[in-house]
Structure formats: structure tokens, C-alpha cells
Write a protein that binds this ligand. Structure first.
Ligand code: PMP
Length: 367
């Protein structure tokens, strides 16, 4: 078997090794069933038990009460960009959006098809390198939508936004779900594509308050109504069974690591080492404002596009993959989600130091 390397991909991303090993066994035969996990009917006992455990463990990880449904939907987090406004907005209604990056902008674009959008704050003026401190909400928004972690720009909300009384808070948590403790009761709906912190691509976790399931429009195609999936435990049609199974294993892994408190400690430790290095470096510097830095996606540059490219090639030779930054920011991005191993961060810092020293010797540190 070829050796595994450090994978800094923004998603699909690294998964816990013990989850991959368990999945290898279960691909052949799930438990003693003699049928692999990919081959079980979604209506059979074996998969039902997988699904129910995944739901129960998700509740335990997030401290999610019975006031919320836990759904596994398909169509990616991007489908929530339209499913949310389609469910809750009419042309006469206004929803407030906090615009902190490319994904929020996409969510806004889809919401505008269904109702009025009020941009309560934006960090567009500085290429989304910070999280605005305040928001200017409209009088009575139907809901307030924000992106808790901006995967591309490497920024993350430190505290929950405070929506006006009565307006449900809706969060795209695709790139930081379950990376730290969360008070779900403050939210109306939370959604996250699985492929960063929760498992492989193919399912979107939707945590939705039951009264919102009821309130959502019923004048929609059946598959586009939350109630359809809530009624049938995400099995109205054939669900993304393998992803749900793998997410279930990831939930168990999170619980074994000490739950969300354990995750937060692990993530703070990894990110603070990397930001600590960036703050001292003579060559590399972070692109996100210090008070808005993401613990999940660490974005950085040298200040010289050619040196950035050379560093990415240098890192690739040393078996670090996925470090190229998104084209709208340039430079580098180290995605260090829950499952990313701490020793990978140490190894990256050592490689950055080595590169910096050789750039220094060559007189190539940009002034
Ligand atoms: N929101 C955020 C914050 C993301 O990072 C991404 C994907 N990178 C998406 C939404 C879109 O997710 P999907 O590809 O599952 O539609």
C-alpha cells in the first residue's frame, strides 16, 4: 500500500484514519451481514440501524434537542442556497444576509430569486479578509443567514451573530461544523456539506427546528420540501447511504476525542501553532485579519507570487498536498479540519522555516 501524505485539501478533505480503516472492513461486509455497506438496501434493518445511530450520535455531538430534525440531504450545501429562501421567503418578504465571502454571495444570489435580500454587513471592501464587527439588520427579517467559516478567505465568526428578536438564525457551517462547541438552540437551521469536517462528499447535514419544517412552504416539488425528508428520516427516496454511514463513524470518532470540547482544543492547538509561526515569519504572512482568523482554513502569502509558487512546489516534493490558495486570494491555504493530524501542522511549519531560511540566504525575502 502506498504511504499516506499530509493532505491540506479544502474539501473533500482528510478523514480520520480509524474511520477509513473501519470503512474498509465494512465495504466487504457490514458487521456479520455478509453484505458490504455500499450494497445494503436503504430500507433494510442493517442500514436503518446505521442511520439511527448516525442521527443519535449527531444529536449527542451537537447537544441537539428533539426540537430539531436531523436530515441528510443531497445536492450539496449549494442546494441550501435556494432551498432556504424557497421555503421561507415570498416576494414581499426580506431576509438578511451577512456577506463575508464567495459562498455567502452565492447564497444571496439564489435568495434574490425568491424575495428581498438585505445585506446586513459585508467585508467585500477588503476582499473578505475580515468578519465585520457589527451588522445593520432590517426591521423584521424572515431570517438571518450567515456563513460561519469562509473556506476561501480563511475567516471565521468568533461569536454568533445576534439577529433581531424572532428572526431565525440560519448558518452555512460547511467548513467549521462540529469544530468547536455550538449552542444549537440559538439557531433555526444549520447546514453543512459533509466533505470537510464530517466525511466524504455526497450528503448535506441539515439541522432544522421542527417549527420551521412546519412553516416552510408546501407549494414546492416534494423533494424540495424539508417536511418530506423530516417525515421519512431522510429516506423518502434513496439517501446518500455511504456518506451517512461514514458521517456516523465520524460522529463516533468526535465523541471519542472528547466531543466538541476535545475538537476545539485540538483545533486551537493546531491553528495557534501555525498562526504563531506566521506572525513571527520574515517571509510568510497570514491574509486574514488577526481577530477573524479561521481555525480551519489558514490562508497565507509570501508577498511574491513567484515565491508562493515555488513554495507550493517545494511543499509538494515533501509530500504536502492541497496547499495552493484559491485563485481569488492567491498564495497558500492550509486546510486543517478536525481530522487533520497535529503532526502535519508541525511538519508544515518545519518546511516553511526551511524554505524561509533558504529564501533569506538567497536574499529573496520581499521587503
Ligand atoms: N459553503 C461553504 C462555506 C463551502 O466551503 C462550500 C464548498 N466548498 C459550499 C458552501 C458549497 O458546498 P457544496 O460543494 O457541497 O455545494
Amino acid at each position: 500500500m502506498s504511504q499516506r501524505i499530509f493532505n491540506f485539501s479544502a474539501g473533500p478533505a482528510v478523514m480520520p484514519e480509524e474511520v477509513l480503516k473501519q470503512a474498509q472492513d465494512d465495504l466487504w461486509s457490514l458487521g456479520k451481514s455478509g453484505i458490504g455497506v455500499l450494497e445494503h438496501s436503504h430500507r433494510g434493518k442493517a442500514f436503518s440501524s446505521v442511520l439511527q445511530s448516525a442521527i443519535a450520535d449527531c444529536r449527542e455531538v451537537g447537544g441537539i434537542s428533539d426540537d430539531y430534525e436531523i436530515l441528510f440531504l443531497s445536492g450539496g450545501a449549494s442546494s441550501q442556497f435556494y432551498m432556504v429562501p424557497m421555503s421561507f421567503l415570498t416576494k414581499a418578504d426580506t431576509a438578511d444576509y451577512l456577506v463575508t465571502g464567495a459562498w455567502s454571495k452565492k447564497a444571496v444570489a439564489d435568495a434574490k430569486r425568491f424575495g428581498q435580500v438585505h445585506v446586513a454587513c459585508t467585508s467585500d471592501d477588503k476582499n473578505f479578509s475580515y468578519i465585520p464587527e457589527t451588522a445593520n439588520y432590517s426591521a423584521s427579517p424572515k431570517y438571518v443567514h450567515f456563513t460561519s467559516n469562509n473556506t476561501i478567505f480563511g475567516t471565521e465568526f468568533r461569536a454568533d451573530p445576534q439577529p433581531p428578536q424572532g428572526a431565525p438564525l440560519i448558518c452555512d457551517a460547511s467548513s467549521d461544523i462540529f469544530s468547536r462547541p455550538i449552542d444549537v438552540s440559538k439557531y433555526g437551521l444549520i447546514y453543512a456539506g459533509a466533505q470537510k469536517n464530517l466525511g466524504p462528499a455526497g450528503a448535506t447535514l441539515v439541522i432544522i427546528r421542527k417549527d420551521l419544517v412546519e412553516q416552510a412552504s408546501s407549494d414546492l416539488p416534494v423533494m424540495l420540501q424539508y417536511r418530506t425528508h423530516a417525515k421519512d428520516d431522510s429516506c423518502y427516496n434513496t439517501p446518500p447511504a455511504f456518506t451517512i454511514y461514514a458521517m456516523g463513524l465520524v460522529f463516533k470518532w468526535i465523541l471519542k476525542q472528547g466531543g466538541l470540547k476535545g475538537m476545539a482544543a485540538r483545533n486551537e492547538d493546531k491553528a495557534s501553532k501555525l498562526y504563531g509561526f506566521l506572525d513571527k515569519s520574515r517571509l510568510f504572512r497570514g491574509t486574514a485579519a488577526a481577530d477573524s482568523r479561521s481555525l480551519m482554513n489558514v490562508t497565507f502569502v509570501t508577498g511574491d507570487a513567484k515565491l508562493d509558487e515555488e513554495f507550493i512546489a517545494f511543499a509538494k516534493e515533501r509530500s504536502f498536498d492541497g496547499l495552493k490558495g484559491h485563485r481569488s486570494v492567491g498564495g497558500m491555504r492550509a486546510s486543517i479540519y478536525n481530522a487533520f493530524p497535529p503532526e502535519g501542522v508541525d511538519a508544515l511549519i518545519a518546511a516553511m522555516q526551511e524554505f524561509e531560511d533558504s529564501a533569506d540566504r538567497a536574499g529573496r525575502i520581499p521587503s
